[in-house]
Design a protein around this ligand. Structure first.
Ligand SMILES: NC(=O)c1ccc[n+]([C@@H]2O[C@H](COP(=O)([O-])OP(=O)(O)OC[C@H]3O[C@@H](n4cnc5c(N)ncnc54)[C@H](OP(=O)(O)O)[C@@H]3O)[C@@H](O)[C@H]2O)c1
Length: 266
């Protein structure tokens, strides 16, 4: 049995579909199992990663866990998972996590891990720009020449599905899409997918800071985002071979993601 955390979220939902579609026994974790709205036949278990004691039923009989965010990984989770008989954890961390610090509690509890390190999700486009594009088709953002190699959520899910079955223990896999694209290029690709013109208006970092604060983004997160984007200006984003190595096919391109998600911007 595989337990997928973050199962109602971006990556987790795709992963649950991928695993159940492949006939793998999968249990989805949600803090709100009654409203999880997952595919028929998928077992949904209640539990909160911030309260590891609440996970005992969800972890019963589980061999491998997909942990959607390293932020949810404390000694508490690792100990509870190990006691429940879990053998492997596939953990996703963020750009600013220290990889060794993410892996340490898992190793310490005797759990094998595979560590996925996506650099930027393609879905950041809808997270950061979706509201503005739906509102008036104008993206107001700082650092238009900052570049990322956005990875499709389906590729992250596909890699996790493979790692969860074993054979990739102790490995770190950076995950990216197939090419480096500036924010300006990403907006142009979105315009193509939407079949309409989109304007890009460059904000100063201070304007971005104020806008993000108005949207209740916590101050440390704002500073982290601005620093990450500033550092990515004029630098080609590294492209990782991991998606192709594990899945046997090239990562999905941002243009494909944009075509599939055009409805989110209308
Ligand atoms: N954005 C990027 O470019 C990027 C890049 C690299 C890594 N990441 C990592 O990706 C993570 C976000 O992943 P995502 O986008 O897949 O998440 P997401 O779509 O925001 O979904 C998170 C899901 O986790 C569940 N959840 C939240 N708190 C929980 C808790 N205490 N216990 C159990 N479940 C909980 C929620 O489900 P319920 O409400 O149903 O419980 C929610 O559906 C970030 O933490 C970051 O580290 C992001």
């Amino acid at each position: 049995m595989i337990l997928v955390s973050g199962a109602t979220g971006l990556i987790g939902r795709r992963l649950v579909e991928t695993l159940s579609g492949a006939g793998v026994r999968v249990r989805a974790l949600s803090r709100h199992p009654g409203t999880a709205d997952l595919p028929a036949g998928v077992e949904v278990a209640g539990g909160d990663l911030d309260d590891p004691a609440s996970l005992s039923a969800a972890l019963d009989g589980v061999e491998a866990v997909h942990l959607y965010s390293a932020g949810q990984l404390g000694d508490g989770f690792a100990a509870v998972a190990a006691r429940a008989g879990v053998r492997r954890v596939v953990v996703i961390s963020g750009l600013h996590d220290d990889p060794a610090a993410v892996e340490r509690p898992l190793t310490g509890a005797g759990l094998a891990w595979t560590h996925l390190l996506p650099t930027a999700y393609a879905s950041n486009a809808v997270r950061h720009w979706g509201g503005m594009i739906r509102h008036d088709g104008t993206v107001r953002a700082p650092y238009p020449e900052a570049a990322t190699a956005p990875v499709h959520e389906a590729d992250v899910a596909a890699v996790s599905a493979i790692a969860l079955r074993g054979g990739h223990e102790g490995r770190r896999y950076p995950l990216t899409g197939p090419r480096s694209l500036t924010f300006r290029e990403q907006v142009a690709i979105l315009a193509g997918a939407l079949g309409r013109e989109l304007a890009f208006v460059e904000e100063s970092p201070e304007q971005a800071r104020r806008r993000l604060a108005r949207h209740h983004v916590p101050l440390p997160v704002i500073e982290e985002l601005l620093a990450t984007w500033a550092a990515a200006v004029g630098v080609r984003a590294a492209v990782s071979p991991a998606v192709e190595q594990l899945t046997g096919r090239p990562p999905r391109d941002f243009a494909q993601w944009a075509g599939e998600h055009a409805g989110d911007f209308r």
